[in-house]
Structure formats: C-alpha cells, structure tokens
Design a protein around this ligand. Structure first.
Ligand SMILES: [Ca+2]
Ligand SMILES: [Ca+2]
Ligand SMILES: [Ca+2]
Length: 386
C-alpha cells in the first residue's frame, strides 16, 4: 500500500466513524443517523410522561434521584446503566450515572437521554470519567434526527468537564438538517458514544478495548449559560491552553497537554508501533473559514518524522500536505497555503478544489514506519486559519 492510500484509509475511517458505527448491530435500526422522527422510547423503569414534565425547560441531570437515571438508555443491550451512589463515586452530590459494558469487537457503546424538552439553550455541559483512555463523541439530536457533535479525548480515571457552546457542534456526516443549523428548541436528545471497537480500519484508527469498561456522568446540562469557545474564536481552531482536549486520538496515540514556553500544547505520544499513522482528528467545521487562505500550526518532534496535515470536506474529499520535522529544529511554525494542499490520489471531489466553507475536520498524523525508537512524541500548538 502506498503511504497516500493508507493515510486516506485512516482518514476516511475517522470521518466515517459515525457513519458505519452501526454495522456491527444486526437487525437493529442504526440510531446514530435515523432520518425520520421516531416516537421517544419510554425509559425502562419510569413512565416517560411524568419524567418529561418534571424536567425544567433546560434539561439538567445531577443524578441525585433514580428518575434521572431512568431517562438514559444504552444502544448496547448488554450495557448496564445505573445510578451509582457509592462513597466518593459522584463528581458532585451523592449520585452519578454509571454505564458499565463489556467492551468487545461488535458492540458500539452509545448512551442517550431522551425525550428532552428544551425551550432555549446555548450550552451543553457535563462531567465525565472513563476508566480507560477514551475517544468520545458527544452532542445533541434534533427532532427529526440531525445529530450535532463534538469530539473529546478522555484520560483514564479523571473527571473531565466538557462544556461547549451549542454553536461549536458540527452536524454528523450521516445525518441531514434541512435548516442547516442546530435549533436549540428542537433538541430532543443528548447523545454520547465511546468510539472504540468500530469495525475494520475504523477500529484500527480509533482504537479497541476489551473487558469491562465503565463511564460515569454527572451534572449533565443543556442550559443557557455561557461556555468557553471551542474553536469559535474567529479562525483559531485550538491553542490547547485549557482542558479538556477536544480531539480524537488516532492509531493508539496517547494525548496530553504538555508545557510549551509559557503555555501549553498538545502532546501526541506513541509508545510502540502498533499503527503506521498516529495522531489526531479535530472538528473545524464550526469555524467560519470562507475567507481563510492559510492553515498554520506550531510543531515539534522528538525524532525525525513526516507529518500529514489533512483537511476534509463534508463529502470526504481529502486534501493534504506533508511536513517533515527534525528535533534539532525545536518548535517550528508551519504556514500552509490552503491552495497548496493536494487532493489525495484516491479521493474524489466534484470540483477539484478545497472549498473553505465545506471543510469539516483537520487530521494530523505522523508516519511511524521509519521511526526507529519508541516511545516517540510530536507536539502541536496554535492551530489556526488566517
Ligand atoms: Ca451528582
Ligand atoms: Ca498553546
Ligand atoms: Ca471541493
């Protein structure tokens, strides 16, 4: 396989993560991208009606009562959702929601809260803790099925506060929205998924897990409160100055914020060569890129390596640029004219041009095939369009 082909497969895998995630569920309608409005399923133990009317206009879950846990359900029939009230288990108060599942090849671990009754909202926030490093997809679903999401990387066993403006969520590739924008009053569902164990090359790219895995949630809220901008400050995609890390890890990468001068950067660690391409995916489709002419990043590597910097349009057209890094250079600034990115050889585009307003994700991966010594790291900072 050529390098270009492998990259494009990996990248395709990531972009298709949501789209094919359901293939392992035989006989069950893929709920990740159902297209027609479905009647809300009543929670297992509690009638839906009373719970729905108890919810405030803006949905909030502190998991202090069993009724709140009953609003949540799992796609995996073997997953167990319960209200955990053991000493010290909650982020706040006495209880939190706990999802326990047997991580395995054929299972897609998605949980959701529905039905919701939202009048006006600006922000989605929650605390989450996973007992293994986790690539998380999270977001909201409108009545009618349009799924708006963001991505996050969770380190193991740490409560992480995810708090994003609804305007930072991007439409899942495999759902459609006639209005072209998320309308808070149409939100019917909160949805989260562990993107491990997807089929085929998807699993290679986004990782696999086995055995019992637990995810805890607390203080989930759709509210009209403020949220720190996520990739929404003009054309700045990310400066990595704050937790959490709103990207997905590719190729068994371990991600962490690392010191960089006075600030912080994203560190990508590859402990051993299990995958050729190792890096991350970042959603940039929420940015207003129409006037952008360049993509710039600051980069550093612990060993000589080649990076692929790739932008993908909504229809999977992939445009990339290779960057060689040498550790003797320390931090280097790379400014890549968007017009210089090349269409990947196996990628199609109806107009052969990278359309700024169609850019959905940024994928940065390093080629591990020629790296001699492990572990190896590369670091990224100040990702921005100008
Ligand atoms: Ca709680
Ligand atoms: Ca920084
Ligand atoms: Ca195009």
């Amino acid at each position: 396989m050529t390098r270009a082909l492998i990259v494009s497969i990996l990248v395709c895998a990531c972009v298709f993560a949501v789209g094919v995630a359901q293939e392992g569920h035989q006989g069950e309608k893929p709920r990740f991208f159902f297209e027609e409005e479905e009647p809300a399923r009543p929670p297992a133990d509690t009638p839906a009606e009373p719970e729905a009317t108890q919810l405030p206009a803006n949905a909030r879950f502190d998991f202090e009562t069993p009724q709140q846990a009953a609003v949540w359900s799992a796609l995996d029939p073997e997953a167990v959702i319960d209200l955990a009230i053991d000493e010290g288990v909650a982020r706040r108060g006495r209880g939190c929601l706990r999802v326990s599942y047997m991580a395995r090849e054929t299972a897609f671990e998605q949980i959701s809260a529905q039905p919701l009754d939202i009048e006006a909202a600006t922000t989605l926030s929650f605390w989450v803790k996973a007992d293994l490093p986790t690539n998380l997809s999270f977001g909201v679903v409108e009545r009618g099925g349009a799924f708006y999401q963001q991505f996050a990387w969770l380190t193991a066993n740490e409560w992480t506060h995810l708090c994003v403006p609804l305007t930072s969520l991007i439409l899942s590739q495999d759902t459609q929205d006639a209005s072209g924008k998320l309308e808070p009053e149409r939100i019917a569902e909160i949805r989260l998924a562990d993107l491990a164990n997807l089929p085929g090359v998807l699993g290679d790219a986004l990782g696999r897990k086995a055995g019992v895995h637990r995810l805890c949630l607390d203080d989930v809220a759709i509210s009209d409160g403020p949220a720190p901008a996520v990739g929404a400050q003009g054309l700045v995609a990310e400066d990595f100055e704050r937790d959490p890390i709103y990207v997905l890890a590719i190729g068994d990468a371990l991600l962490a914020r690392v010191p960089e001068g006075e600030g912080q950067a994203l560190g990508v660690l590859c402990e051993e060569r299990t995958q050729r391409w190792v890096g991350f995916v970042m959603a940039v489709g929420q940015l207003d890129l129409e006037a952008a002419t360049t993509l710039s990043l600051r980069l550093k590597a612990s060993q000589p390596m080649v990076l692929s910097v790739q932008l993908e349009e909504w229809d999977n057209s992939k445009y990339s640029h290779r960057v060689g890094l040498d550790p003797v250079d320390g931090w280097v600034q790379k400014t890549i004219p968007l017009d210089s990115l090349l269409l990947e050889t196996d990628s199609d585009d109806e107009n052969g041009r990278l359309d700024r307003e169609q850019i959905r994700v940024l994928v940065v991966t390093a080629d591990m095939s020629r790296v001699q010594q492990f572990p190896v790291t590369f670091s990224v900072d100040d990702v921005k369009f100008e």
